[in-house]
Design a protein around this ligand. Structure first.
Ligand SMILES: Nc1ncnc2c1ncn2[C@@H]1O[C@H](COP(=O)(O)OP(=O)(O)OP(=O)(O)O)[C@@H](O)[C@H]1O
Ligand SMILES: [Mg+2]
Length: 332
């Protein structure tokens, strides 16, 4: 029988809690810390302090939305890595205290496994095996989800994650933080008139590189400014986005062709990007692939995806010894 899970996620700048039953989300609460906007990026110490202040209220809110109390809960789940160590420790400590007090099992969840499981929430019938493109602030992976909890990495970024490239390019365009959604909004007003170079051209692996793309955009802006040329920022945003999305799509659909797997899921913050969703939709239709996208509210960090991952994850047999692991691995 499915267990009622209270899940907690504090790996970066979202304080999140959710009550889940299998793939069903009964209540989910997310607080996105706005304090970092002032600094143009996440300040780890500020993130940790905010989590400490917010977490009891966010957990209460999730329980309230689910119309449940602590006494109804069967297990506690928590993201214990990867992420910012101080931020992770807040969630892990809170979860340990709850598990101890209410004598409940404690399930540690890998943050990226959580993102992958956002697909199970939005697609009731989705079953492994399928290909998953994980595109977030810290990761750009193509992996085969062979079974629940069994992953095989077949492509990854060798430098910046695509979300990081969106954020850095947005900063170069003077858009502020968080840059991804702002860059997407600006790109809607422009055209992809500039062709930025693709890394790894002619190579046979499925890895990505986004650092060169970001640098090409920054150099392009500097060049035009030095020459006193006028340009539309929106065209630059659209050209950057077009190249980033095409690179992701080319390698992911190539992975589908090579593995013969005709189901593709996309997860992580960048999967909220409208141009990416549209490009993958068009291509999936043409290539006869089933495409699975998370609902927008489950693209960026949330605890519902952590609860969903916990439904098939193992509890720890030493709950009081559970620690946060900032660089926890999902693959060997
Ligand atoms: N609409 C969008 N278009 C492009 N990028 C977006 C969009 N929405 C969010 N992002 C990007 O997604 C990232 C945040 O996603 P997420 O919360 O999954 O990352 P993270 O948790 O910081 O990193 P990770 O999951 O790798 O640990 C940011 O880089 C943000 O700019
Ligand atoms: Mg994330």
């Amino acid at each position: 029988m499915e267990r009622l899970i209270l899940a907690i996620e504090t790996s970066c700048d979202e304080t999140a809690a959710a009550v889940t039953l299998g793939r069903t989300v009964l209540g989910s609460a997310v607080y996105t810390q706005r304090e970092h906007e002032l600094y143009g990026g996440v300040v780890p110490e500020i993130a940790s302090r905010n989590h400490v202040m917010k977490i009891p209220y966010i957990v209460d809110e999730a329980l309230k939305k689910a119309e449940k109390s602590y006494r109804d809960i069967d297990a506690i789940a928590v993201t214990n890595g990867p992420g910012l160590i101080g931020a992770l420790l807040v969630g892990v400590s809170f979860a340990k205290a709850l598990a101890y007090y209410y004598k409940l099992p404690l399930i540690p969840v890998h943050h990226i496994e959580g993102h992958i499981c956002s697909l199970f929430i939005s697609h009731e019938t989705l079953e492994p095996p399928f290909l998953c493109l994980v595109v977030s602030g810290g990761h750009s992976h193509i992996l085969v989800v062979e079974d629940y909890g069994v992953y095989r990495l077949i492509g990854k970024t060798r430098d910046d994650a695509v979300g990081e490239a969106f954020d850095k390019t947005a900063r170069a365009l003077g858009l502020g933080y968080p840059g991804g959604p702002k860059l997407e909004a600006l790109a809607r007003e422009g055209e992809p008139v500039y062709a930025y170079p693709r890394g790894f051209k002619g190579e046979t692996h499925l890895d990505f590189t986004f650092s060169g793309l970001k640098t090409a955009v920054i150099n392009h802006i500097h060049n035009m400014e030095q020459k006193g040329e006028t340009y539309k920022k929106a065209d630059i945003a659209a050209s950057f986005q077009n190249e980033a999305v095409s690179f992701l799509a080319d390698n992911t659909f190539e992975a589908a062709a090579r593995t013969g797997i005709n189901k593709i899921g996309i997860a992580g913050g960048v999967s909220a990007n409208g141009a990416l969703r549209e490009a993958f939709r068009r291509r999936a239709e043409k290539e006869n692939i089933s495409l699975y996208l998370p609902e927008l509210k489950y693209c960026t960090d949330n605890a519902a995806m952590i609860g969903c991952a916990a439904a098939f994850s193992k509890e720890t047999d030493q709950p009081l010894r559970l620690n946060a692991d900032a660089s926890r691995m999902l693959f060997e």
